[in-house]
Design a protein around this ligand. Structure first.
Ligand SMILES: *Cc1c(COP(=O)(O)O)cnc(C)c1O
Length: 378
């Protein structure tokens, strides 16, 4: 795709949407097309195959089912579609995005065992095991791979093993790791994962998908239909039989996704992860130079989000820091941990460690403007 005009580049250090390439932005500019045309069906087929390949799924076992909407739509789809009648979902919950799945279950009156753990650490797997062994009405275990609210990375392989040992299917929100952290869904014991265009693939918001176990999707045909627009089996069936989404797809967003996938293959899984790891290292170097501390133990950090303790000093004003950086094309985001004053620096998109270094030059200026002498000492 030939880029007509350079678009002003903003470095998004918020937890998604992410910074995109100009080629992805311009991929949306296509001749008008009716998505029922064969030409578009071929685009959909190609994308669905790629979405399975990215997570090393065996195409005879796994398929991708795509929906129009932000990431939450695919949480909604998986929660409302995969629980058999009179069965329960168990959510291993250590953050805001697991809590969202609990809330979704509540809206559909689906019985839910909410296993809550502190948001700054990992789940106690013995509790998960005991719960599943005791309560045989639990059919689905759900969790979040990377709690984007904190930056905690959860041990999905272990949780999935416990789920499978207890005849449960394992559903994982990988929205903020898909296309970022190399992931082999079968090895990780994942039956269904969730992802969304605007995060790891650095495409546009408006398209989300699950990659899921075909046998389980087929079984769900007979589960209660709790939503009309957001039913997994219905969408799968339509895609398989007709090759189209049941209702109007986000046409231009799909073209951007196709381009983002091309760029993913071109960069390569490992190279991308190395680029992002360098960004994460640069974030830690930067906060250390300012004299700030991080909240989550480094050993369980995703390397995609760093939650930073805000200085206790009353001189600190997050909005001043934000605005100063924003005016210089860097976007940062407040924290999401109840009771703690934090903010986040995230590295999900088409950025490099140089962008992070440039950001810290600006952030240091902002701290000095607020009256700090750097590094800040307690
Ligand atoms: C971003 C995100 C979502 C979805 O959020 P939307 O605003 O609906 O796109 C869900 N789960 C996780 C882990 C996320 O990072």
């Amino acid at each position: 795709m030939e880029v007509v005009k350079h678009v002003k580049r903003n470095v998004l250090l918020n937890p998604g949407p992410a910074t995109t390439s100009d080629t992805v932005k311009y991929a949306q500019v296509v001749p008008d097309i009716c998505p029922r045309e064969k030409e578009f069906v071929e685009v959909m087929n190609e994308i669905r195959e790629d979405l399975v390949k990215i997570v090393h799924g065996d195409p005879s076992k796994y398929t991708a089912v795509v929906f129009a909407g932000s990431g939450t739509i695919i949480q909604d789809v998986c929660v409302n579609s995969l629980i058999p009648a009179n069965k329960k979902i168990c959510v291993v919950n250590n953050g805001a995005y697991s809590s969202r799945m609990v809330e979704i279950a509540g809206y559909y009156n689906i019985p839910c065992v909410n296993l809550e753990f502190p948001t700054t650490g990992l789940a106690n797997l013995n509790v998960v095991k005991e719960t599943l062994e005791k309560d045989k009405d639990i059919a689905v275990v759900a969790t979040v791979h990377h709690e984007t609210g904190t930056g905690v990375l959860n041990p999905i392989r272990d949780i999935g093993k416990i789920a499978h040992d207890n005849d449960c299917i394992f559903v994982v929100d990988t929205i903020s790791t898909y296309g970022l952290i190399p992931l082999n869904m079968e090895e990780e014991n994942v039956d269904f994962l969730m992802a969304s265009g605007q995060k790891g693939l650095a495409a546009m918001a408006g398209v989300s998908w699950t990659v899921g176990n075909i046998k389980e999707i087929e079984k769900s045909k007979n589960y209660p239909k709790r939503s009309y627009y957001c039913n997994l089996y219905m969408q799968y069936d339509f895609l398989e039989r007709v090759g189209e989404m049941h209702f109007t797809p986000p046409v231009q967003t799909i073209y951007a996704l196709r381009q983002a996938i091309k760029e993913y293959w071109k960069e390569g899984e490992q190279a991308r992860w190395e680029r992002l790891t360098k960004c994460w290292e640069a974030i830690h170097k930067g906060i250390e130079e300012i004299g700030l501390s991080y909240v989550i133990d480094k050993g369980i950090q995703s390397r995609l989000v760093v939650t930073i303790n805000a200085p206790e000093d009353p001189k600190f004003d997050f909005f001043k820091l934000h605005d100063y950086c924003y005016e210089r094309d860097f976007t940062i985001y407040p924290g999401k941990i109840f009771g703690l004053k934090t903010f986040r620096v995230c590295n999900l998109g088409q950025i490099t460690h140089r962008d992070i270094e440039d950001f810290f030059v600006v952030a240091k200026e902002a701290f000095r403007k607020m009256g700090f002498t750097l590094p800040i000492t307690k």
